[in-house]
Design a protein around this ligand. Structure first.
Ligand code: 5GP
Ligand code: MN
Length: 332
């Protein structure tokens, strides 16, 4: 069903339909996007934990061939809800997706979603294509976790410390630790509710941002060393770098360790757009882009087969580093 979201908050009637669908389901199958971040996985596990506490049968997954939870997200409670995508219901009676703007981002679970009797899409990407039978999409929400909290509340389910931890991980990550423009009074009020449930903000911050093996320092040194500033590219300049599989192997690091490096690159005052190309274990380049506002990187990345938000977007490239950068420069 194609029903692109017009923007604005989710109508109350749609929430009522979602609550009805969940209440009448014998089993609920949850899915988040591949290469899950804290918002995708946290929102999914939060709803999973809340439903299970009510006695609902729940499975949760994401459609990666090499199914593995990123190291920095293993502290999230509720991982025992996860099943390998191969063990996921082939035709779920009710499936709910989290932080997935386009069906492709479900990976192998796109087939299961296609056979689901009802498919609820819970998301905050403005680019969401409305691929569900019910689309709960609010581009004004700071995180998908905001919508997950609302769903849990409307189901009348309590938010305990574990559920709060999962939701907070999504909220704090997608607001850039309450630094982005999405840091509204509503975002802080949600944080206050979650903190009141007893979560440990210091531990969550340490797990998400403040720990790595020693090899990370060496790898970061290499990546910063080869960063390039191109003041003449785009309306306000470009800074970019890359990290290969071989670099990671030399430092003994898995792919997830490079996810946060873009936050160092984008500090550069002299550039509006920051880019890092990260070679994954299959040899494809996962490209992360960030903008300070002069460029809409969601549009640029969409033109290259990816997507995301205005100021944070990405795409996958099977070309070389130079070819990928040439394609990007042309669009900037
Ligand atoms: P990150 O750079 O942190 O991996 O992703 C930033 C944003 O871009 C996120 O909202 C993410 O969903 C989106 N994004 C990253 N990579 C891809 C991609 O390959 N395809 C699409 N459609 N979106 C992506
Ligand atoms: Mn998100």
């Amino acid at each position: 069903m194609s029903d692109p979201h017009a923007g604005g908050p989710v109508p109350g009637g749609d929430w009522d339909r979602a609550v009805g669908l969940v209440a009448s389901a014998g089993e609920v199958a949850l899915a988040c996007h591949i290469s899950p971040d804290a918002d995708a996985l946290g929102s999914m596990l939060a709803v999973g934990l809340a439903l299970r506490a009510r006695g609902v049968r729940v499975v949760a997954s994401f459609g990666e061939r090499r199914f593995r939870v990123p190291r920095l997200l293993r502290f999230l409670p509720g991982q025992d809800l996860l099943v390998e995508p191969g063990d996921y219901p082939p035709a779920p009676e009710l499936m709910i997706t989290f932080d997935v703007p386009i069906a492709d981002r479900l990976g192998t679970l796109v087939a299961n979603a296609g056979k689901a009797r009802e498919l609820i899409v819970l998301d905050h990407h403005a680019s969401n294509t409305g691929f569900g039978t019910l689309n709960l999409v609010d581009p004004g929400a700071a995180a998908t976790a905001v919508l997950a909290e609302e769903l849990i509340g409307r189901l009348g389910l309590p938010v305990d410390k574990d559920i709060a931890t999962c939701l907070y991980a999504g909220l704090v990550t997608d607001t850039g630790s309450f630094r982005h423009a999405s840091t509204t009074p509503a975002a802080h009020l949600m944080a206050a509710r979650l903190l009141a449930a007893g979560l440990d903000p210091e531990r969550i911050a340490r797990e998400l941002w403040d720990r790595s093996p020693f090899g990370y320092l060496r790898l970061l040194g290499m990546v910063l060393e080869r960063a390039r500033l191109e003041p003449g590219t785009g309306p306000a300049g470009l800074v970019w770098t890359f990290v290969t599989r071989a670099d990671r192997a030399a430092c003994g690091l898995p792919y997830d360790e490079v996810e946060g490096m873009i936050d160092v690159i984008r500090r550069t005052d002299d550039a509006d757009v920051a880019v890092i190309l990260k070679e994954d274990d299959d040899g494809a380049w996962q490209v992360s882009t960030r903008s300070k506002g002069a460029v809409d990187v969601a549009r640029v990345c969409a033109a290259l087969g990816g997507g995301g938000h205005t100021r944070a977007a990405g795409f996958t490239s099977h070309l070389t580093v130079e070819q990928t950068m040439a394609g990007l420069r042309a669009l900037l």
